[in-house]
Design a protein around this ligand. Structure first.
Ligand code: HEC
Length: 696
C-alpha cells in the first residue's frame, strides 16, 4: 500500500520526466545525437545531413510508389530578395537557414511561420568594400550546435546566436576583410567545435587561405590550418608548411598571398576524427606566371585532411597539379564505404570543378580512381600511379597565338559548383548537378592571362548550353542515368531511402526522380528559380521535403543569362511538401517588366561607349554583366531606373547617398558618372524599342 501510494504520489513527477526527456532545448545538436539518430532521419542536423556529408535522408515514407501524392504542406514567404543558397538545418521542428547579407532565420517546420530573424548588418560594410557584395549575397547557410546557431558574414565574422531567441551571444573576427578575405559559406560543426574557412583568391584578392576551429561554446580559437605557405620562410615551421614551401617558386606568395582558400563545404568525420575540406586555386591563374621555376604549389586545388582536434595535417591529394584554370576542389565531400577489388574501403568522394570524379581512401588520401563525369579537355586522364593529371594541349590557353581563342571544358565555375551533390548509400550512386559549358579564352596580347577566362554564353549556336543531373556510379566510374536541364546552373540535390532524388532547377521546377532509373515521378512549378538543395525530416511523425526557392549564388548575379535569365520571378520562399496534402501551390503573378518614365538620351556614341567600359569596370560586378541584373534582387537593374534616380545620379553614385543599403560611393568624375548613366539609358532605349516592336 505504501509503495503504491508512493508511486501515485510520484505520478506527476514521472510524467514530467517522461515529457522532458522527449522535449529538447532549441538547437539541441550534439555529437551523440547526430550519431545516434543518423538512421532515423527525423532531423537534418548538419548541412550534409549527417557526418558522412551524404545529403541523404533515411526516410522512406515518401517513396517511388506514392510520390505522385506529394502536396504542398505550406509555403512561407521569406524577406530575402536575393533568394536562398543555403541548405537548411532542421532540429526538433525548427528550420534554421540564412540568406543574403547573412540574415539568419528560424522557421516553424509545422506552419512555416518565421520564429525569429537575426540581421548582422553586413550591407554598410559591403558599401565600403564593393568586392564583398557577391560573398555577402550568396551566403550559404548556418550551422547549429548545442543551443547555438552559427552565422558567418562576408566581413569575416563568426557569430553565435541563441537558437531559442535569435539573440547574439558572441562574435569573433575570423579573417580580415581589409586584407581581401571574405566568407560566403556557412560554418561547419562537429566534436564541440566550429570550423570556418574563407574566400579570397577566387575574387582576385591577395589572401593566404586557412581554416580555423573554435570552441562551439565559448568561441575560443583552438587552431588554424594554413593552406599555402607564408612568404616568410621563418613562419613555415609545421611539417605541412615545410612540405608545401618546397613546391613554390617565384614571388606569388609575396605578391598574391598564395590563395588556396577553402570557401565551401567541409566534412567532419566523427569516426576517424578527421576534418576534410577542399581548396581553391590561386592568382595569377597561369601556373608559369605564378611559379616560374615549377612546383606543385601545395595545397592548391586539393582535398586536405586534418586532425579535427589539433588541426594537424594528415594527408592531401592535389586534383590539379600546376593548375591554370582556377579549378577549385571546394565542392562537397561525401564519405562512403565501398567494396573495391573485393576489399572494403572507407572512401572519400568528390566531384570538383575540374570535371573528374575522384574516389580516394579517406584515411590515407590514396587515389583509387578518377574519371570524367562531364566534358573535359584540359586533361586526357588521371595517371593512377602518380595521381597526376595528364594534360591535353587543347586547353592550354597560355600557348594561344595572339588573337586566337580556345574553348576550355569545363568552364572556370566548374562542371560542378557549390550546389551540393547527393549520395545514396543503398543505390551507391552520386547525383551531381552538372554544368556542361566551357569557358572561352582569347589571347588579347600581352603576357598576363589572369583575366582571360570568360564564361561562354553560347554553345553550338544555342544560348547558354545545358545543365544536367547525372547519377554517377563511382565503382564503374560511369553515368547510370542523366537528365538534361535547359539552363546550366541548377539546384543542389537530395537523395532519400524512398528511392527518390529531389532537385530544383533554374526555371523553378522542383522534381523527384526515381533514384535507380532517373524516371521523372513528380514535378511542381514553384514560381522562382532554385539553386539551394532540398532537405527532408519529420514533423509530427510525418515526412516533409523542404525546398528553398528563389535564385541565389554568384552565377545568378554575375551572369543572370546563364541562370534563369532576367525573366521575372516570384518571391523567395520556403516550400514544404508532404504526402496527402493538397494545398495549392501559390500562383506567382509574373508581371512583365515595364520601363518607367525616363529622361531623353542626348549623349553621342562616344560617350555611351566610354560609359560601357566604365560600367564594366566599376558597376558590372554588382549590377550584372551587360547591365542585366537578377530580377527583383537587392541590387537593382539600372536599365529600369526611374527619372528620380536619374535626377539624383551624382548623389547616389559619387555622393554615396545609398551606402547604408550596400551601394558604394565611387571616386568618379562627374563626367564619368554621366557617361555610365548615358550608357544605361541607351540600353533602356533599346529595351523600349524592342518592347514597342514586339507589341506591334
Ligand atoms: C558593391 C555592389 C555595387 C556596386 C559595385 C555598384 N552598386 Fe549601385 N547599387 C548597389 C546596391 C546594393 C543598390 C541598392 C541600394 C538601395 O537599395 O538603396 C544600388 C543602387 C544603385 C542605384 C539606385 C538605383 C535605383 O533604382 O534605386 C544606382 C543609380 C546605382 N546603384 C548606380 C551604380 C553605378 C553607376 C555603379 C558603378 C559606378 C554602381 N552602382 C556600382 C550595389 C552596387
Amino acid at each position: 500500500m505504501k509503495n503504491l501510494r508512493a508511486i501515485l504520489f510520484d505520478w506527476p513527477t514521472a510524467c514530467l520526466l517522461a515529457v522532458s526527456a522527449a522535449v529538447h532545448a532549441a538547437g539541441d545538436v550534439t555529437e551523440k545525437r547526430v550519431l545516434a539518430e543518423s538512421g532515423k532521419g527525423t532531423n537534418w542536423f548538419l548541412k550534409g545531413g549527417n557526418f558522412d556529408g551524404e545529403h541523404f535522408s533515411p526516410l522512406a515514407d515518401i517513396s517511388r510508389s506514392n510520390v505522385a501524392d506529394l502536396g504542398l504542406a505550406w509555403a512561407s514567404e521569406i524577406p530575402a530578395p536575393d533568394g536562398i543558397s543555403a541548405t537548411p538545418i532542421v532540429v526538433d521542428g525548427v528550420i534554421y537557414f540564412s540568406a543574403a547579407y547573412s540574415v539568419a532565420f528560424a522557421v516553424d517546420a509545422k506552419s512555416g511561420k518565421i520564429l525569429w530573424s537575426f540581421d548582422p548588418d553586413v550591407r554598410a560594410a559591403v558599401a565600403t568594400m564593393p568586392r564583398m557584395s557577391w560573398l555577402a549575397r550568396v551566403n550559404r547557410g548556418v550551422a547549429v550546435w548545442d543551443g547555438k546557431v552559427f552565422v558567418t558574414t562576408a566581413d569575416c565574422r563568426l557569430i553565435a546566436v541563441d537558437a531559442a531567441s535569435g539573440k547574439e551571444l558572441w562574435s569573433k573576427k575570423t579573417c580580415d576583410p581589409a586584407q581581401g578575405y571574405g566568407i560566403s559559406d556557412s560554418p561547419y560543426v562537429g566534436g564541440g567545435k566550429v570550423f570556418v574557412g574563407n574566400a579570397g583568391s577566387e575574387s582576385h584578392q591577395k589572401t593566404r587561405g586557412y581554416v580555423t576551429a573554435y570552441d562551439a561554446d565559448s568561441g575560443k580559437q583552438l587552431w588554424r590550418f594554413f593552406i599555402v605557405p607564408s612568404d616568410r620562410p621563418e613562419e613555415n615551421t609545421s611539417a605541412a608548411m615545410k612540405l608545401a614551401a618546397k613546391t613554390w617558386s617565384g614571388t606569388a606568395l609575396e605578391e598574391y598571398g598564395g590563395g588556396g582558400n577553402s570557401w565551401n563545404e567541409m566534412t567532419y568525420d566523427a569516426g576517424s576524427g578527421l576534418l576534410f575540406f577542399g581548396t581553391s586555386g590561386a592568382v595569377p591563374y597561369v601556373h608559369s606566371l605564378r611559379s616560374p621555376d615549377g612546383g606543385d604549389n601545395l595545397f592548391l586545388s586539393s582535398v586536405v585532411a586534418v586532425n579535427a582536434s589539433s588541426g594537424e595535417y594528415v594527408w592531401h591529394y592535389q586534383t590539379v597539379t600546376e593548375d591554370s584554370w582556377d579549378y577549385n576542389a571546394t565542392m562537397n565531400i561525401v564519405l562512403a564505404d565501398l567494396e573495391i577489388n573485393k576489399e572494403k574501403r572507407e572512401t572519400l568522394l568528390i566531384a570538383p570543378k575540374n570535371g573528374f570524379f575522384y574516389v580516394l581512401d579517406k584515411l590515407t588520401g590514396e587515389l583509387l580512381s578518377a574519371e570524367k563525369y562531364a566534358k573535359v579537355n584540359w586533361a586526357t586522364h588521371i595517371n593512377l600511379e602518380t595521381g597526376r593529371p595528364v594534360y591535353d594541349p587543347a586547353a592550354e590557353f597560355w600557348n594561344l597565338a595572339e588573337g586566337e581563342s580556345a574553348a576550355i571544358w569545363p568552364n572556370m565555375w566548374g562542371a560542378h559548383s557549390w550546389n551540393p551533390m547527393a549520395w545514396h548509400p543503398g543505390e551507391k550512386l552520386a547525383y551531381i548537378p552538372v554544368v556542361d559549358i566551357p569557358s572561352i579564352s582569347t589571347n588579347w596580347g600581352g603576357d598576363d592571362y589572369s583575366d582571360t577566362l570568360e564564361m561562354m554564353t553560347e554553345v553550338d549556336g544555342k544560348p547558354f548550353g545545358p545543365g544536367k543531373l547525372v547519377a554517377w556510379d563511382p565503382l564503374s566510374q560511369s553515368a547510370r542515368w542523366s537528365v538534361d536541364r535547359e539552363f546550366p546552373f541548377n539546384g543542389g540535390v537530395l537523395a532519400t531511402a524512398g528511392g527518390l532524388v529531389f532537385q530544383g532547377d533554374a526555371l523553378g521546377a522542383f522534381e523527384a526522380f526515381d533514384a535507380t532509373s532517373g524516371k521523372l515521378l513528380w514535378r511542381v512549378m514553384t514560381g522562382s528559380a532554385i539553386t539551394a538543395a532540398p532537405v527532408s525530416y519529420k514533423v509530427d511523425g510525418k515526412q516533409q521535403v523542404l525546398i528553398p526557392v528563389g535564385a541565389g549564388g554568384g552565377v545568378q548575379f554575375a551572369y543572370p543569362e546563364l541562370h534563369a535569365g532576367d525573366r521575372p520571378q516570384g518571391p523567395t520562399r520556403l516550400m514544404a511538401f508532404t504526402l496527402g496534402s493538397d494545398r495549392e501551390v501559390p500562383s506567382v503573378a509574373i508581371v512583365p517588366r515595364e520601363l518607367p518614365d525616363q529622361p531623353a538620351l542626348t549623349a553621342n556614341d562616344e560617350q555611351i561607349e566610354e560609359g560601357r567600359w566604365l560600367y564594366a569596370d566599376n558597376c558590372g560586378s554588382c549590377h550584372g554583366k551587360n547591365a542585366v541584373a537578377r530580377y527583383g534582387g537587392s541590387v537593382p537593374d539600372l536599365r529600369y531606373s526611374s527619372s528620380d534616380v536619374h535626377a539624383s545620379w551624382p548623389a547616389i553614385v559619387i555622393g554615396g547617398s545609398r551606402s547604408a543599403n550596400g551601394m558604394p560611393s565611387f571616386p568618379l568624375e562627374a563626367g564619368e558618372a554621366e557617361a555610365i548613366r548615358n550608357y544605361l539609358l541607351s540600353l533602356s532605349v533599346q529595351l523600349r524599342k524592342a518592347a514597342t516592336s514586339s507589341a506591334q
